[in-house]
Ligand binder design. Structure first.
Ligand SMILES: [Fe+2]
Ligand SMILES: [Fe+2]
Length: 187
């Protein structure tokens, strides 16, 4: 995939519902990217926030796959598409954002209570809370901390009241986030 193809995918399928949460995939990506920027994330982590659910658009499944008992493995699909283009600092937090949820549910009881209905549904399909040994192995991964930050933004990027000015504006911002990482690779 090229950056232009990613933007085109969001232009074409960004209006897919985000996991039954009442917002679209494009709105979710935009909110998540903004939260990363507000938290002064690196350009790579900000881009991971923007594109963490790209896999949902690649499968093109409408609504909530989890509601129909499907784990679409969207984190793996997206990470495969992103690694060659943007490197591990973008692809790995994306690859780990589902495991980060499984970790947080196990490690922080209050986190589990605040999860949205669809996140709870997909959690079961994704393997449920991690065991203590799985938690330890997860934390030892090089990009685990970035994946945990991304996961928290992901959980907060479901605000129905927060809408972008226009789809075009969001796509321009998304392209700029991709460009920032590509330009950074050249220096
Ligand atoms: Fe996701
Ligand atoms: Fe998400």
């Amino acid at each position: 995939m090229t950056p232009e193809q990613i933007t085109a995918l969001f232009a074409e399928h960004g209006d897919l519902c985000y996991e039954g949460e009442g917002i679209t995939q494009l709105q979710h990506a935009w909110q998540c990217g903004r939260l990363a920027r507000q938290a002064r994330a690196t350009p790579e982590l900000e881009l991971a926030a923007w594109l963490h659910d790209l896999g949902h658009l690649m499968t093109g499944l409408q609504g909530s796959p989890a509601q129909r008992g499907i784990d679409d493995a969207h984190e793996t699909l997206a990470a495969q598409a992103l690694s060659g283009l943007f490197g591990a600092a973008v692809a790995e937090p994306v690859a780990l954002h589902v495991r980060a949820k499984r970790y947080l549910v196990a490690a922080q009881p209050r986190y589990a209570q605040a999860l949205s209905a669809d996140s709870v549904r997909s959690l079961a399909l994704q393997g449920g809370p991690m065991s203590p040994a799985e938690c330890e192995a997860f934390l030892a991964l090089p990009h685990a901390q970035d994946a945990l930050r991304l996961r928290i933004w992901d959980d907060h990027a479901k605000d129905r009241g927060q809408r972008p000015a226009s789809q075009n504006r969001v796509l321009v911002e998304m392209s700029a986030a991709m460009r920032a990482v590509i330009d950074g690779q050249r220096v």
